[in-house]
Design a protein around this ligand. Structure first.
Ligand code: GRF
Length: 205
C-alpha cells in the first residue's frame, strides 16, 4: 500500500477529502503523516479525529535556517511514496523538490497556468480572477516543480464565474471541485498509470 504525507496549513478540507476517500476505500493508500506548520490549523484536529497523530513543525527564528531540512527529515522518517501539499503555505526549496521529484502533488485554486506563481494564493487568486473579468475559473492539481505552480498538470476542473460572485463565493465553490479533482488526481498517481512528457501527464491506455 502506498504511503502518503499530507502537509496542510489551514482548514484542511482537502486533507479531509483524502481522509474520507481513504476511509471509504475510494483511494487505496495509507496516510502515514499529516504535518502542519501552523499550530492553529484546523487540519490538525481533522487528523486527530480520524486517529492520525499529526505533527506540528512551526518555523521559528531558531530553526529558520534548517526548517526545510527538518521537514524533509519528518517526511523521510514516515517513509512515504507521495507528498500532498493540501494548502501548505510554504514554498519548498529546490533540494526538497529534487529529493521527491514528481512525487509531490500540489493543489491550486485556479486554472493554471493562469493566476498562479509567487504571491498568488488563497483569496488573492480569486480577486485576480474577478478583476481580470474571466468567466471561467477552477482548480488544478499538479506535480510540484522548481517553477512555483508550474509543474506537470495532473487534473483540472472548471466552474463559471457568476455575476453575483464574490471572492468568498468563488472560494467556496472552488473548494467543492478541489475535493473531487484532488482525489481523482491521487487515484491516477497511485495507480501509476500515467507518463510525464514535459508538462503533460498522459494517461496510459
Ligand atoms: C485550497 O484552496 C488550495 O487550492 C490552496 O489552499 C487551499 C486549502 O484549503 N492551495 P483547505 O485548507 O484544504 O480547506
Amino acid at each position: 500500500m502506498k504511503r502518503l504525507a499530507i502537509l496542510a496549513s489551514g482548514n484542511g478540507t482537502n486533507l479531509q477529502a483524502i481522509i474520507d476517500a481513504v476511509e471509504s476505500g475510494r483511494l487505496e493508500a495509507q496516510i502515514a503523516l499529516v504535518l502542519s506548520d501552523r499550530s492553529n490549523a484546523y487540519a490538525l484536529s481533522r487528523a486527530e479525529r480520524h486517529g492520525i497523530m499529526p505533527q506540528l513543525l512551526v518555523r521559528t527564528e531558531k530553526n529558520k535556517a534548517e526548517y526545510f531540512r527538518l521537514l524533509l527529515e519528518s517526511v523521510e522518517k514516515a517513509n512515504v511514496d507521495l507528498i500532498v501539499l493540501a494548502g501548505f503555505m510554504k514554498i519548498l526549496p529546490a533540494f526538497f523538490i529534487e529529493k521527491y521529484e514528481n512525487r509531490i502533488i500540489n493543489i491550486h485554486p485556479s486554472l493554471l497556468p493562469a493566476f498562479g506563481g509567487r504571491g498568488l494564493y488563497g483569496s488573492k487568486v480569486h480577486r485576480a480572477v474577478m478583476e481580470s473579468g474571466a468567466r471561467i475559473t477552477g482548480c488544478t492539481v499538479h506535480f510540484a516543480s522548481h517553477d512555483v505552480d508550474g509543474g506537470p498538470i495532473i487534473e483540472q476542473m472548471c466552474m463559471e464565474v457568476r455575476d453575483i460572485d464574490t471572492e468568498e463565493t468563488i472560494a467556496e465553490r472552488i473548494h467543492e471541485i478541489e475535493h473531487v479533482a484532488l482525489v481523482k488526481a491521487l487515484s491516477l498517481v497511485l495507480s501509476g498509470n500515467y507518463e510525464i512528457r514535459g508538462k503533460r501527464v498522459i494517461r496510459k491506455a
